[in-house]
Design a protein around this ligand. Structure first.
Ligand SMILES: CC(C)(COP(=O)(O)OP(=O)(O)OC[C@H]1O[C@@H](n2cnc3c(N)ncnc32)[C@H](O)[C@@H]1OP(=O)(O)O)[C@@H](O)C(=O)NCCC(=O)NCCS
Length: 164
């Protein structure tokens, strides 16, 4: 059981596997980047909701690394978990592995960090449980979480003011 008011990274872990079909491909016969991002946003939002047990919105896509193309007919397996929390915001790590289903060869093809904000039933940001990192990788991601949040704030402060 997780400590009171806190949740382990593993409690928000999501895994999803899909096969890349021709309608999802670009003109190179590989998975369209926008399609991949919709898969990433979907699994990450489920991790965020598993952690917060409230609705969430995507607030910031902090980083996306497309490391190798994924061909039609290959499988993609996405894994995500909450790796850092602020007061009402959550950061989710996602990795995607491509698999050649005939040979079994697997390659890491994407990593990403996304920020979600938990909302109450009125759409107001609401506090989330703190996250507890266990594995060395989770701990390494968590350790730099405050730094990444500060860098995001600094980057945002450089953007032109926008209102909706
Ligand atoms: C995200 C959103 C709810 C934040 O609202 P807000 O009034 O700025 O909220 P607050 O200023 O109270 O900030 C709440 C938290 O969000 C974080 N936050 C707000 N905007 C952020 C951004 N662009 N990037 C990262 N974090 C952000 C704040 O740092 C704060 O985190 P903390 O509580 O952990 O310290 C609002 O900007 C929004 O609705 N954006 C559109 C979301 C959307 O449509 N997404 C796509 C579809 S899901």
């Amino acid at each position: 059981m997780s400590p009171r008011g806190k949740k382990y990274c593993r409690e928000s872990r999501v895994t999803k596997t899909s096969v890349v079909l021709p309608p999802d491909a670009n003109t190179h016969g590989t998975l369209f980047g926008g399609k991949m991002m919709s898969y990433v946003d979907e699994v990450a939002s489920i991790s965020a909701m598993r952690h917060a047990r409230t609705s969430v919105v995507t607030a910031y896509i902090d980083s996306v690394q497309f490391l190798c193309p994924v061909r039609v007919g290959q499988a993609v397996t996405l894994e995500s978990f909450v790796c850092w929390t602020g007061r009402t915001s959550l950061e989710v790590y996602v990795k995607v592995q491509a698999e050649d289903l005939r040979t079994g060869e697997q390659k890491l093809c994407l990593t990403s960090l996304l920020v979600f904000v938990a909302l109450d039933e009125n759409g107001t940001p609401v506090a989330v449980p703190k996250v507890v990192a266990e594995s060395p990788f989770e701990q390494a991601l968590f350790a730099d979480g405050d730094g990444r949040a500060q860098r995001r704030l600094k980057r945002q402060s450089l953007m032109p003011e926008s209102t909706c």
